[in-house]
Structures are given as structure tokens and as C-alpha cells.
Design a protein around this ligand. Sequence first.
Ligand code: FAS
Ligand code: PHB
Length: 396
Amino acid sequence: MRTKVVIVGGGPAGMLLSQILHRAEIDHVVLERQTRNYVLGRIRAGILEWSSVEVIRAAGVSTRMDAEGEAHDLVNLAWGGEHVLPIRVKELTGRQMMAYGQTELQQDLYNAADDNGTSLLFSADDVAVNDVTTESPHVTFRHNGADERIDCDYVAGCDGFHGVSRAAIPEAERTEYERTYPFGWLGILSETPPLPHLVYTNHERGFGLCSTRNPMLSRYYVQCPIEDHVDDWSDDRFWSELSARLPGEVADRVVTGPSIEKSIAPLRSFVAEPMRYGNLFLAGDSAHIVPPTGAKGLNLAVSDVHLLSRALIAHYRDGDTAHLDGYSGEALERVWGSVRFSWWMTTLLHRFPDMTDFDQRLQERELSYLASSTAAQASMAEQYVGIPFANPPEEE
Ligand code: FAS
Ligand code: PHB
């Protein structure tokens, strides 16, 4: 087989890139290691930056998001069991966040691929990225028991943190930056009405987050020791711990119910540079990971795909390789901005094991300074809602 672009990974980054390349009539093949249902079964992100909404709309896969997603004007910070500070994002930046689950976006992207007749191969095993610095880059893999090879112009490594693409860049050519956090997030889904707006809470017992998926599906998190196992947390223990970490006026409004999904995610900050090596381009979690505190993981994947797709289109349509050559630098600018912001929110809101009462007071003072300063709130708001693209996608 031969194609222009092989996309390794059929998660949100890979499938959004596929959708945009299809609309630009750029031939490509997507290789996904898991089954379709396995990918759709993963519960992950829930908040889209407005820049991501613009990319998804321009890609022509926003019908359900615009019908079922919920635009939010504000997000709340809570602390000390009594304070609640609304960060009025729309008032401060003119932009909103969209609450729309990653699972839903993934479903929309798979449905679009079905309609497009995209070459999307699930259960692709032993994928290997080869010869990306030669004139004949190619990808080999096993599918339905047969060894396969696809020759291509470019490889898009959209295979997440545990994929193979990043390792196709020799260690001597790659620099990795990492910080792991000494706690995890225990998340649950419950078929209960969510709070009207997101609430992030700082408490000496630990971090908590109240989020949403739709009017009858809520997403909640509590910080937990990284050694914990899901079985250590009954629903009752989860709800009482979340309530203990929220101000009473907020806790009283939480509608509890049985969990329909419960999982613990580790937190890390990670960046691999560069995001290009020869004819291999990394996009999404294959190149970077952020703690979910800033709601940036999925949005960074969308950001990379916007920049990479624009570069590939300029190359194939106009023979212009400037954006391909500038991709890594431009993508990393946005990556590091979100990595820093996600680190800042994580450091501000979580109870670190080695924290003292002095440290707790510093966190609470920073939160009360935010409450006193519109300028500080505007700084947080513009980063939370997402810095606009220098070249936003053209509306359809
Ligand atoms: P993904 O990891 O989503 O997709 C990569 C795809 O490549 C997968 O389908 C995988 O099966 C496939 N793959 C891997 N190796 C392969 C190989 N060798 N060959 C072929 N295919 C291969 N972000 C937020 O903003 N908010 C959150 O609350 C949040 N919660 C998260 C919870 C968890 C447990 C995890 C792991 C991540 C969370 N994230 C969150 C981040 C997450 O949403 C990612 O940013 C997002 O999935 C990135 O999308 P991709 O880059 O496509 O990577
Ligand atoms: C979610 O709804 O899953 C969510 C929202 C905000 C975050 C992280 C996760 O910062």
C-alpha cells in the first residue's frame, strides 16, 4: 500500500487529523491498536477550549457538540471550606468553555470516518515507524494475521503517551522533560444532575472537582494517594470525602448517586522535544502530557492537529513547506504555555504530602489574592479558556 500520510493512533488527535485531511482530499490511512469499542469505552476529558470548538466546527464534526454540548461562562474556585470565587471567563475574555465529553467527540469522529469511507484499521498490531529520515518512510504492522507495510510521505504520531511514535526519534535527538505528582485523581461518573458550573476546590484534606457531561450525567473527582486502588473507594466514601472538601453551600447542592464508572488516573507533566523528526510529526499525548487540573490535555491535542493539518495542506496544495518546518516550534509554544498553566493550577489546588500548614496558608492566600484582583482573575481566565490561535481555522 502507498498513501500520503499514515496516522498512527485513532484517538481524538488521530481522528481529528483524519477528518481534516479527508476534507482537504489528502489521502491517508489510520492505524489504531485497540478496537473501536475499547477506545469509545475510555472516560477522559470533558472541557473544550473555545479554540478547540472553532477547530471542531471548521472540521465539520460539530453538529452534536453544538446541539448537546453546554457552553459555560464561568468556573468556580473554592477553598477553606467556605470561600467560592467565580472566575467569570466570558466577561473577562469574551470566550467560553464548552462542556462536551471526549467520548462524545470520539464517537462523532468515528461516525464521520464511517461516512468518509476512511481507511481506518482497528486492532493493528506491532505498528512500527520506519526510515522517517529517508526518501522512503514507511509503517509496518500486523493486521488480521498478515504482515503489512504502507509506504508514505509523512507519518503522524498520534498514538498517545504509551505509543511507539515518540520512540522513533532516537534518544540522542530527543529531549524529554517530566514531573510526576505524588497523588492521583479518583474520578466517577454518576447519572445525576450536575452542578450548574464547574467547581475546583482546595482543602487541607485534598483537591476535589465537580464537573459535568450532560444534564443527567455528572463527573466528579477527588485527589487520592497514588497507591490507592479503586476498590479502596466505595461510593459512600467518595461522596462523603468530596462533600468534606467542598464549602457547605456547594456540598448541599451535590446530587449523589451510584457510580457507573470509577477510575484512578496518575498525574504527570511531560514534554518531548522536538515534535518533528524527518517526516515524522508528533501530535497530542505522544508528545506531551499535562495533569488534568487545567483541562488542557485534549485541547493541546486539538491545537497540535490544527497546526499540523494546516502545514500538511499548505504543503500538498501550495508546495509550501514553511509551516511543516515551523510546526514543532509553533506547537511547543502552545504546549509549554498549557504545561505551565496546568502545573500552576495543580500546585495551587492540591494537598502535597510534604506540605506544611505554612504551605496551606500560602495556597489560601494566593486564592484570596485572586478574589481581590480582577487582573489576576483575567490572567487565569485567558489561560483557562485557551489562548486564541494566531491563525484560527477558517469557518466552514
Ligand atoms: P490518546 O491516548 O487519547 O489516543 C492515542 C490512541 O493511539 C489510542 O486510541 C491508542 O489505543 C492508540 N495507540 C497507542 N499505541 C498505538 C500503537 N502502537 N499503534 C496504533 N495505535 C496505538 N484531558 C483533559 O483535558 N481532561 C481530563 O479530565 C483528562 N482525563 C484523562 C484521564 C486519563 C485516564 C487519561 C489517560 C488521560 C486524560 N486526559 C484528560 C488527557 C486525554 O484526554 C488526552 O489528552 C487525549 O486523549 C489526547 O488524545 P490523543 O493524543 O489522541 O491520545
Ligand atoms: C472533566 O469534566 O472530566 C474535567 C473537567 C475539568 C478538568 C478536568 C476534567 O480540569
